[in-house]
Design a protein around this ligand. Structure first.
Ligand code: FBP
Length: 335
């Protein structure tokens, strides 16, 4: 490995130089996320050896059975910011309420997170992830957790994800492009591996749980039939790839093009994915790379959340593919 490799810390600090008004808190926050990701990467990779597989026997705020790694990941993220004075409050998939971070009332940032995405993959060695979004505090003084967290995704100042798979990759955006870092375990550093990621305009993969398609809007089913038709001029048929982890399917769409969608169905009348800490951060990031993210009707980052664990229909990925999904949903045809 060349000593010229750019670490996450160096990248963040160089970005800070573009902000003469910066206090260093934002950089420290991003570096602390990197630290939490390293810890999680280590423990996740040996979870089967240290009794961290299986269920805890509790349900999370949206009714999902909590895995041991769900709870552990939430603790790691929360503990990583305890006493740092960097984050005033944290909203998480694994916590009913927004957590006001003790002693950090003066902190200038808010963190929203899905500490462990792809829970159904934990015990089968499948890809999993962590999703995060960062907001600047709206108000000063005592923290009003709800108003600080129920914000439009467009107000985020940074967002990203970590993917724990064949390697551990951290991808983030904070207003100047989208960058990916791969964890070099020996060195213990995230090193720049994907510089200025641009999402291809169109791909030839789609990710969706087709087992639920019987419940989907007929126009969504028309769209799938359209993708499965044979027409080399439009790169069809597309190939189906569904990992069971949103982060992994979004990562593929970001790097190779294509899209992921989770429409409403009988069991999820508003869709399955949570707006505040799953959809809004990924939408911010994918749009920063030139992609697109919506409910099929509305842009995700324009949505005003009504409650912390609110679910929304979600389609995300290559701009032309998502636009085509939206056209099918509205008109039942490609445009
Ligand atoms: P978790 O954050 O609880 O894992 O839920 C989200 C998720 O697991 C996504 O990662 C994935 O794409 C989807 O739900 C899988 O849902 P389903 O099993 O219904 O296809």
């Amino acid at each position: 490995m060349s000593s010229k490799a750019i670490t996450l810390g160096r990248h963040v600090l160089e970005d800070e130089k573009q902000h003469p008004e910066a206090t260093g808190e934002f950089s420290a926050l991003l570096i602390q996320i990197g630290y939490a990701a390293k810890l999680l990467s280590r423990e996740i990779s040996r979870a089967a050896l240290i009794g961290k597989l299986g269920l805890v026997g509790e349900k999370n705020p949206t009714g999902d059975s909590q895995k041991v790694l769900d709870v552990y990941s939430n603790d790691v993220v929360v503990d990583a910011f305890a006493g740092t004075g960097l984050v005033a409050a944290i909203a998480s998939e694994e916590m009913q309420k927004v957590k006001v971070v003790e002693g950090s009332e003066q902190a200038r940032y808010i963190l929203v997170t899905d500490p462990l995405d792809g829970s159904s993959n934990t015990d089968i060695n499948g890809s999993i992830g962590t999703i995060f979004g960062i907001y600047r505090r709206k108000n000063h003084g005592p923290v009003d957790p709800i108003s600080e967290v129920l914000r439009k995704g467009a107000e985020q100042v940074a967002a990203g994800y970590v993917m724990y798979s064949t390697s551990t990759v951290l991808v983030y955006a904070c207003g100047h492009g989208v960058f990916g870092f791969t964890l070099d375990r020996e060195v213990g550093e995230f090193l720049l591996s994907h510089d200025n990621i641009r999402c291809p305009g169109r791909g030839h993969y789609y990710s969706a749980n087709l087992a639920r398609s019987v419940d989907w809007h007929p126009n969504v089913r028309k769209y799938i039939n359209y993708l499965n038709e044979n027409d080399p001029h439009t790169s069809r048929p597309y190939s189906l790839r569904y990992t069971g982890a949103l982060v992994a399917d979004v990562h593929r769409s970001l790097i190779e093009g294509g899209l992921y969608f989770y429409p409403p169905d009988t069991g999820h009348k508003d869709g399955k994915l949570r707006l505040v800490y799953e959809c809004a951060p990924l939408a911010y990031l994918v749009e920063a790379a030139g992609g697109r993210a919506s409910t099929g009707m509305e842009r995700i980052v324009d949505l005003q959340p009504q409650e912390i664990h609110q679910r929304v229909p979600f389609v995300v990925g290559s701009a032309l593919d998502v636009e085509q999904y939206e056209a099918f949903l509205k008109h039942g045809r490609p445009e």
